[in-house]
Design a protein around this ligand. Sequence first.
Ligand code: ATP
Length: 324
Amino acid sequence: MAKTIKTIGVLTSGGDAPGMNAAIRAVVRSGLAQGLTVKGIQRGYAGLLNGEIRDMKSHDVSEIIQRGGTILYTARSQEFIQEQGQVKAAEICREHGIDAVVVIGGDGSFRGAIALARQGVNTVGIPGTIDLDISCTDYTIGFDTAVNTAMEAIDKIRDTSSSHERCSIVEVMGRSAGYIAFHCGIATGAENILLPEIYDGDEQALINQVIATRKAGKKHHIIINAEGVGHSSSMAKRIEAATGVETRATILGYLQRGGSPTCRDRVMATMMGIKAVDILVAGGSNRVVASKNDAIVDFDFEEALAMKKDIPSEWMRMTKLLAR
Ligand code: ATP
């Protein structure tokens, strides 16, 4: 069992996600409630290396549960990827009396947390990314807000697409994973959903479907394209040229990262934040919090990062069934 933890730090790292603030609030308040000193580390590992560290009191996390983004800011750090940077970061933790760090972020941030643990600082990770692409967990903070934001935007595009009798290609985020695309596609009744995990690049099949739906009397044709497939603008030009149907591409981009977190994101972030502190108080380290079958659990970091998550095979059938 690790030595008793007295002071914990909390940071957000990698891409921001709505609900990170709720997780910070939960870590700060549950840490204080259990007699710990809590310090906020600004700008992720980059800020840690610059000593951007301040005490967090209960009122420092007032009025943030409903706010998107992260009050601690987030960053990426090349210096921290080098071992020298990691040694320096651990020294800075010791200078500030920080025994343990809660890292809220994605896979990359967790690799950083493992590196910090190797330098003698206890670490626990909380999955925070809109992409849902962390294998050990069924849920990542920010996903629900992001898909709802994208869904509302696609509903609006659909209105104008119908009025102008267009084909619309809407590109959503997700990096190399198709979770956002799949959920948005199903929720908006899209004619096609292109997922990086299963899209075979058969553009002729798409063209045939656009022609077929037009013949069947549909006034619009919505194609949800995942960031991991990409090339939406050139795809739109080729589809328009081949079908004669006016085709526009819209890349939703960063608006999917912002906004007030949904109820689900706030609740999950709160539960995960409390769990992270409980793990540290119980003497645990090098662990990542996860949601599995509706329970909040934790895994060893290395084991968690070695896990693989595939999209359900049923999704392929579902996307094809709806393409008419
Ligand atoms: P998102 O999925 O939202 O982009 P992420 O946490 O995967 O989030 P990354 O940019 O991959 O985002 O990682 C964030 C930071 O974590 C990096 O800038 C770097 O400082 C640190 N990091 C990433 N990989 C490693 C590694 N292998 N070793 C040490 N630190 C790392």
